[in-house]
Ligand binder design. Structure first.
Ligand code: CUA
Length: 362
């Protein structure tokens, strides 16, 4: 505030212009869609808990701001130096005031922390027996999802039914990530498992919530986890019960590629290349676990954890040089090693065939 005031006094025109520009940025930021807005939660319990906390803290802050500024304005007016006015009475220490504002602040902190702690426990709760359990595993820099009850594995795009309790079990394959879908609710750390004495499970974080509104909700890793942290995106597809059951049954069917000859050739190249060292496709010999599961990858809307829309062309781009799309990606490209693997050396026709095969997996 002081710096702003000083700069306005020195260069009034330029400062006023800069200040107006800031106001305009803030104003325009309020327009348009908010795919990732935490203050526009979808109906459901988790987003509601966070929204209530946010509102409570907001109004506490506004009340404190109003009180402090009113007192400040009063003091500035009341004790302004005027010609000939006597020096005001000098006071040093006031026990009642000091006890007052210490206790007052403590009461506010308690008033904020009680609902905060309640919300933490609610969202970390043990699920009901009807809950859908999904293991969420963070990787540099993508998301793996395992549905143990359904026997389904997928990546980056999380399908969830609305109206049913969801229980996410969070862990990481490498460093600390954080799972965050702003419109659904607050973020939670995704931690690497810690080795435990025999017979004990490593502690994990959970998220337990219900979504009431079907839709597609964007998410993002929210804990700095290395070079492509900002590119570790995800999408939640909240679907009706029927749509979710349909999706699960499609995932459970063995993938049948089209009888398109390019896709057939791509399948053959895929199965004899290094691809299968890291990737799995249900119903084939590809069973690698280091990279994203590619079962029905053609039906996912995006590839590379939110980097490109899924298409045969983009799949080919990604396979040729993942690092050019996502810096630091651990998948090797034609001429670039990656993740401890040598360059693939795949020819362009082979890449296009593999892309056609993956695109056909829908
Ligand atoms: Cu994963 Cu940041």
């Amino acid at each position: 505030m002081t710096t702003l005031w000083l700069s306005i006094r020195r260069r009034p025109r330029r400062s006023v212009a800069a200040f107006t520009a800031c106001l305009l940025v803030v104003a325009f930021a309020a327009c348009g869609d908010h795919p990732g807005s935490t203050v526009d939660p979808v109906s459901g319990d988790f987003g509601g808990h966070i929204q209530n906390l946010y509102r409570a803290v907001f109004w506490w802050t506004i009340a404190i701001l109003a009180l402090v500024w009113t007192l400040l304005a009063y003091v500035l007016m009341r004790f302004k130096e005027r010609p000939g006015s006597p020096e005001p009475k000098q006071t040093r220490g006031n026990l009642a005031l000091e006890v007052g504002w210490t206790l007052g602040a403590a009461v506010i902190v308690v008033a904020i922390s009680i609902p905060t702690i309640q919300a933490v426990f609610k969202t970390q709760a043990r699920p009901t027996s009807a809950a859908l359990e999904v293991e969420v595993i963070g990787h540099q820099w993508w998301w793996e999802y395992r549905y143990p009850g359904e026997g389904v594995v997928t990546a980056n795009e999380l399908h969830l039914p609305v109206g049913r309790q969801i229980h996410l079990v969070l862990s990481s394959a490498d460093v600390i990530h954080s799972f965050w879908v702003p419109r659904i609710g607050g973020k939670r750390d995704v931690n690497p498992l810690v080795r435990q004495p025999e017979g004990q499970d490593s502690p994990r974080n959970y998220l337990t919530f219900t979504i009431d509104e079907p839709g597609v909700y964007s998410g993002q890793c929210a804990e700095f986890c290395g070079e492509s942290h900002a590119l570790m995106r995800l999408r939640v597809f909240a679907e009706s019960r029927e749509d979710f059951i349909l999706w699960v049954s499609q995932m459970q069917e063995l993938a049948q590629p089209d009888s398109d000859s390019l896709a057939d050739r791509g399948r053959e190249v895929f199965m004899r290349s290094v691809c299968i060292a890291c990737h799995a496709i249900a119903g084939t010999n590809a069973a690698g676990v280091l990279g994203p599961d590619l079962t029905r990858v053609g039906a996912r809307t995006q590839i590379g954890a939110g980097m490109l829309d899924t298409s045969a062309e983009n799949l080919a781009l990604w396979i040729a040089d993942p690092g050019a799309v996502k810096p630091g990606a651990k998948m090797p490209g034609t001429n670039h090693p990656g993740g401890g693997m040598p360059a693939t050396g795949l020819s362009q026709p082979d890449i296009e065939a593999i892309a056609a095969y993956l695109w056909s997996l829908k």
